[in-house]
Design a protein around this ligand. Structure first.
Ligand code: SAM
Ligand code: SF4
Ligand code: SF4
Length: 337
């Protein structure tokens, strides 16, 4: 039986972001800069990473606590061996209404058929520029635009609904906003612009580099007028807009200038099985230890309920009010956004 749990701010636990690996084949400067995540970086060894059995068990426990959506992320989730098998298992959990995956797209062409056959129906692809030189500056010289676009095309061709995420940094890729908007309008894929965030401890974030939601809107509206449209559901992170005279939409995720903590219903579990109640948490709770020490589902359920009941996280709201502190934060590549 479903047992809805609420945190201290009356927010339910509706979404689970499951990171399946802390490794990635890109080195995006805003997430895993090469000088920190270089050859000597202590990535998790395979015995430290949750198995599919453990992930499925946790997913069932979260589903019984009201979780309806699961997003698979990383690192780069398509580096995890046999990922379609995990999707197939998660699809069998009847309370889970929606499963998504966020990927850098570099391996999507290869895996699209298997992902679709496993039951996946939508995918979010991250792409920050259509210009090869800039794209490579952003991703640490690890790929090229054509490869990601081929991945998007392959995904779309097998029947996966594609959304594209673009993190915008002022002075780095703001000149790509219009080309990206035009291209994905034509391709009929929803493009979502993400304000650059102060996640982790290694990206050297500065407010001056944030291209704000309003600045992005102003730029696009000069060329392609937009109208705001209703959210699909309470707690949707992107504000939605439609190009006037078309049914194509875009979204803006404005975590910095227009935060949405009051409706945040997301829990994150890292590849090593730590539970984080906020993208900007300093510490996670070790669920792997519980899973591997013979604890019952009831005991794990009780622990997760207790953690959620005590949750008061609202980092982005606090940042907007000038109250965020200089805490050490979990790295984005551990919990996957
Ligand atoms: N590797 C996959 C990918 O890039 O799609 C999944 C993991 S990645 C950490 C998830 C999302 O977080 C990506 O869309 C990425 O662009 C976004 N991201 C990473 N660092 C960010 C930052 N500093 N600010 C905003 N978004 C960020
Ligand atoms: Fe890898 Fe995604 Fe982070 Fe880029 S944003 S380094 S692709 S995990
Ligand atoms: Fe949720 Fe934390 Fe982001 Fe606020 S800052 S929306 S609580 S993850």
């Amino acid at each position: 039986m479903e047992n809805i749990i609420l945190d201290k701010l009356q927010r339910p636990l509706r979404d689970l972001r499951l990171s399946v690996t802390d490794r990635c084949n890109f080195r995006c400067r805003y997430c895993m800069p090469e000088e920190i995540f270089g050859p000597g970086y202590p990535f998790l060894s395979s015995d430290k990473i949750l198995s599919f059995d453990e992930m499925e068990r946790l997913a069932r426990i979260f589903a019984a606590l009201g979780t309806k959506k699961i997003r698979i992320t990383g690192g780069e989730p398509l580096l995890r061996k046999d990922l379609p098998e995990l999707i197939r298992r998660l699809k069998e959990i009847k309370e889970v209404e929606d499963i998504g995956i966020t990927t850098n797209g570099s391996l999507l062409k290869k895996f699209s058929p298997a992902l679709f056959n496993a039951g996946l129906r939508r995918v979010t692809v991250s792409l920050d520029s259509l210009d090869d030189q800039r794209f490579n500056q952003l991703n640490g010289n690890k790929s090229n635009v054509a490869r990601v676009l081929e991945g998007i095309e392959a995904a779309s061709n097998v029947g996966l609904k594609v959304k594209v995420n673009m993190v915008v940094q002022k002075g780095k890729n703001d000149q790509d906003i219009i080309p990206m908007a035009k291209y994905f309008k034509e391709q009929k894929h929803t493009l979502r612009f993400i304000e650059y965030m102060d996640v982790g401890n290694s990206n050297g974030w500065r407010m001056e580099e944030v291209m704000t939601k309003q600045e992005i809107l102003d730029l696009i509206e000069k060329i392609m007028p937009l109208e705001q449209i209703k959210p699909n559901y309470v707690g949707e992170v992107a504000t939605r807009y439609r190009y006037i005279g078309s049914d194509q939409e875009i979204g803006i995720i404005s975590s910095v200038t227009d935060s949405f903590c009051s409706t945040c219903s997301r829990a994150r579990v890292s590849a090593e099985g730590k539970l984080y109640t906020c993208l900007f948490s300093s510490k996670g709770f070790d669920l792997r230890h519980l899973l591997r020490s013979g604890e019952s589902d009831d005991a794990i359920t009780k622990k997760i309920t207790d953690i959620w009941n005590h949750r008061g996280d609202r980092y982005s709201d606090e940042r907007a009010n000038g109250h965020s502190n200089n805490r050490t934060k979990v790295e984005m590549s551990h919990i996957g956004g």
